[in-house]
Design a protein around this ligand. Structure first.
Ligand SMILES: N[C@@H](CCC[C@H](N)C(=O)O)C(=O)O
Length: 294
């Protein structure tokens, strides 16, 4: 699978990849020359007229993007993540695993520990030659307030506000089908709790420290997985179950099933959350810059 960056005049190289079927168009742009605006991102992610994806991962050297330049000493590469509608998000948990897998595949990084700059800060990944990728996802923040509700049609559920660098509302439901078709974003109240929008997870129990979820992602609609969402869900489930590693001094692991697969989430006594899951590259090609509008 070729992925060498070439000049836009010759065509723009891309790689397609996914993590638990949260799928991404990866655009190598080491020098930071591509002006990818919302329209170009939405075009790339269009599943009928474009390549198709839940988001775009632009691969740029941190030093070459003002959003990441302050992190360049810690992380050579910046994951410039965009949702399918072209909006910018702070973090993407499945995306960062796929991003790290791409860097190693393309020979831009060695297997092993690999730091990636994101808009939520540096995320430390561990990438073997093949197989699952582990990411230190940082700490969850549970800012409240109490009384958050998620609504689909006439149905309402209490929800927990969990921030994983990006915002989540986690609702425990009796059955994942209760959330309906999720063609539209669920309602979230009270108004103003999530001024920049929110990712909404619907969760059921599958067993001891084992849950399953569906997600409606801000900017992408219902997807087959959301890595930051799985971390938010694991933390919300642990607190609901009376488990807090900061209190017991013991790590807690949850298995989280998503429609596109499974990830393992471990929360440590210092609050760090580790996520382990697949990261798969499936195709590569060249985009016509005229079609993209560049
Ligand atoms: N799919 C991602 C999350 C992507 C960003 C999200 N839609 C947002 O706007 O916050 C993940 O795997 O974490």
């Amino acid at each position: 699978m070729s992925s060498a960056p070439v000049s836009p005049a010759e065509g723009i190289p891309f790689v397609k990849g996914h993590g638990t079927e949260n799928d991404f168009v990866i655009i190598p742009d080491p020098e930071g020359r591509l002006a990818l605006g919302p329209a170009e991102v939405a075009r790339l992610c269009d599943r009928r007229a474009g390549i198709g994806g839940d988001g775009v991962l632009r691969v740029v050297r941190s030093a070459n993007d003002p959003a990441a330049a302050p992190l360049a000493a810690e992380a050579e590469w910046f994951m410039d993540y965009r949702n399918a509608d072209g909006s910018i998000a702070e973090m993407c948990g499945n995306g960062v695993r796929v991003f790290a897998r791409y860097l190693v595949h393309a020979g831009l990084a060695e297997p092993g520990p690999l730091a990636v700059a994101t808009r939520a800060g540096v995320r430390r990944t561990t990438v073997a030659e093949e197989g699952d990728v582990t990411v230190d996802m940082g700490r969850a923040v549970l800012p409240g307030p109490d009384g958050i509700e998620v609504a689909v049609g006439e149905r309402r559920w209490p929800a927990r506000n969990v921030n994983m660098g990006n915002p989540h509302a986690v609702a425990f439901v009796a059955d994942l089908a209760d959330a309906g078709n999720l063609y539209e974003a669920p309602g979230v109240s009270p108004a103003g709790v999530y001024p920049d929008g929110v990712n909404v997870e619907f969760v059921v129990d599958r067993g001891e420290r084992h849950v399953a979820m569906r997600v409606h992602e801000r900017g992408s609609g219902e997807t087959r997985s959301c890595g930051t969402g799985t971390c938010a869900v694991a933390v919300a489930a642990a607190r609901r179950d009376g488990r807090d590693p900061a209190v017991t001094g013991e790590p807690v692991e949850y298995v989280v099933d998503v429609p596109g697969g499974r990830v393992r989430i471990t929360e440590f006594p210092d609050g760090r959350i580790e996520m382990t899951g697949p990261a798969v590259l499936v195709a590569s090609g060249t985009i016509d810059p005229q079609w993209l509008g560049l």
